[in-house]
Design a protein around this ligand. Structure first.
Ligand SMILES: [Zn+2]
Length: 265
């Protein structure tokens, strides 16, 4: 794990990259900050987490780090130990953690509960949606550390790396570490309600777009040509044919649209 800092003093803000070793976008954003060393108005901790997995360009070495929190110093797995170290390192920090997916090119945020912090900061980021995952949070970083996660785009793409850079700068501006103003945008909020499982098969297909409503009777995915049909309407989130080993993704409900408060508020 690599830990660095911008500015002096004890940081209350952290930017985290490389929780998953096959998602290099966030690492590029952190490296760029380390190269440019912008003057910050409050100290920022920078962490590149799973260096071993990043070197091997794999999601993890022994187990998925973002399902391994809180971890344990005596864990039998690399990620079990790493989870514990990361929690200690991030104590007291509001953390911004970057990911990328095989399912959606446009950036969106993932939060464990629509907290006041999330409602304040996320609408200032260049994201298209906020996804609330509290029913599926077990083992994830944000169960242990106050964390806002962002999905920066498609894994390994140049666009995801550029998005990671823009998202990081917007986050650091929103929390007052970098000078300047952010743009506020209206933001739809979704809550994950179900896992969409997939059976063991040779080929998988997904017929729907993420964040676009699927209505009852619509076929939304298939395993070896066998279609799954929606019984109820839902919004697909993180759906992809081959992104995860045993699930297609998640079903979500749309909660609300966070609107930008007017100046009078
Ligand atoms: Zn990830």
């Amino acid at each position: 794990m690599k830990v660095a800092q911008l500015g002096s003093g004890t940081p209350e803000i952290a930017v985290v990259a490389g929780v998953h070793g096959d998602e290099p976008c966030g690492v590029r954003a952190v490296e760029r900050l380390l190269d440019e060393r912008p003057t910050v108005e409050r100290p920022v901790k920078l962490v590149v987490v799973n260096e071993k997995a990043l070197e091997r360009q794999v999601r993890f070495v022994d187990e998925d780090l973002n399902r391994a929190f809180p971890g344990n110093p005596d864990a039998q797995t690399h990620e079990g130990q790493l989870a514990h170290q990361l929690v200690e390192e991030l104590e007291g920090c509001l953390t911004f953690s970057m990911h990328s997916t095989q399912s959606h090119a446009e950036p969106f945020a993932i939060v464990n509960g629509v907290s006041e912090t999330a409602q304040t900061i996320i609408p200032q980021l260049p994201v298209a949606a906020m996804v609330e995952t509290s029913d599926f949070a077990e083992g994830r970083l944000f169960t242990e550390v106050r964390t806002l996660e962002v999905e920066c785009g498609l894994q390994g793409s140049e666009t995801a790396a550029q998005n990671a850079d823009r998202l990081t700068r917007a986050f650091l501006t929103a929390v007052g570490a970098l000078p300047g103003d952010t743009m506020h945008r209206d933001l739809p909020v979704y809550r994950l309600t179900d896992v969409i499982r997939k059976d063991d098969a040779d080929t998988y297909e997904v017929f729907v777009d993420n964040f676009t409503e699927v209505t009852p009777g619509d076929p939304f995915a298939a395993a070896d040509g066998k279609k799954q049909v929606a019984k109820e309407s839902f919004y697909p989130v993180l759906m992809s044919s081959n992104g995860y080993r045993d699930v297609f993704g998640y079903a979500a409900e749309k909660l609300e649209v966070l609107t930008t408060p007017t100046a009078a508020d």
